[in-house]
Write a new protein. Structure first.
Length: 311
């Protein structure tokens, strides 16, 4: 969701130093995840707190894309197939390390994962912030191309051996038709069409949690598309009680991964509004909770404050 910013300089915001000593890999060339039965090492693999040191070493040979996800995260389920497809397209010039943040809290903390899906690059053992959220396929492809260009500048130009289609990960089950329709629309950047598809899916099955999460996500993407951040913040600062102005900045904060800031802004707004204006702010908060995920601790904290403000 946020604008990809690989940049020309490695970013040091992620503290990975505590994980370096975990590598059991031998010195020298990258210690890639082991292949089964003597085949080529996988391009896509799961990684844990305990073995992440090997991934850091691998990134000295080939750029690594790190996908931080969770089972309960609807947008993660949209993004993961895109990432896996793209890794296959790049033919061994990139590898994908998948991190379940629930099972690996130290890695989640090290990457300061305020919102997921979070995608980070590793080049020469150093992190490169890429993007947050289920971005369209073409946008992710462009970011990966920029990551390769950055890696080349730092002498990281290795290519992992591949063994054909086996390296693209386990075959994904086909999406339900309306979910596929929404996914295709997201790839085109047509968020209105994606919203319509998810709404139809919810009409057919009101308990479709993936459709609920997807709808909240694409509505957010549609609202922030083309918005000028500086102008939006200036307007919100000039009119602290203007609901629409605060909504715009809260959307931008959420899209940029600043989850607590987004929730806090609307909860503070709710606290000063009259009873007639409160329902619309409550509804926007509930929609934002759906983007982040009901199990997220930041959502739980915000729900608690919301309840205290309303009741």
């Amino acid at each position: 969701m946020s604008t990809p910013t690989p940049g020309a300089v490695m970013r040091g915001a992620v503290d990975l130093s505590s994980l370096r000593g975990r590598a059991d890999a031998p010195a020298g060339p990258a210690a890639a995840p082991q292949a089964a039965a003597g085949g080529a090492p996988p391009l896509i693999f799961d990684v844990t707190d305990a073995d992440f040191g090997q991934v850091l070493e691998l990134s000295r040979t080939v750029p690594v894309v790190v996908d931080l996800w969770a089972e309960w995260c609807g947008p993660c389920k949209q993004l993961s197939p895109v990432l896996e497809k793209l890794i296959g397209e790049f033919g061994g010039r990139l590898v994908l390390a998948k991190v379940d943040v629930d099972a690996n809290p130290q890695l989640a903390q090290s990457f300061r994962a305020q919102s997921i899906p979070l995608v980070v690059g590793l080049v020469g053992g150093q992190p490169v912030q890429l993007f947050t959220g289920a971005v369209p396929e073409q946008q992710a492809r462009e970011v990966f191309t920029q990551l390769l260009e950055l890696a080349a500048k730092h002498g990281v130009t290795g290519v992992m051996p591949t063994s054909g289609d086996a390296q693209t990960g386990a075959e994904e089950a086909p999406l339900p038709p309306l979910h596929q329709e929404a996914f295709d629309a997201i790839e085109r950047g047509d968020y209105a069409a994606a919203s319509t598809a998810y709404e139809k899916a919810l009409t057919e099955n009101p308990r479709d949690e993936d459709a609920k999460a997807g709808l909240a996500q694409v509505r957010l993407l549609g609202r922030v598309q083309g918005v000028d951040l500086s102008a939006a913040r200036a307007a919100a600062a000039a009119a602290p009680s203007d609901v629409e102005a605060q909504f715009v900045v809260a959307d931008l904060d959420l899209a940029g991964g600043h989850v607590d800031d987004a929730f806090g802004r609307l909860l503070d707004l709710l606290a000063v509004l009259g009873p007639d204006e409160r329902p619309v702010v409550r509804e926007r908060l509930l929609e934002m909770f759906g983007v982040v995920g009901d199990a997220d601790p930041r959502v739980l904290r915000a729900r608690s404050r919301l309840a205290s403000l309303l009741f």
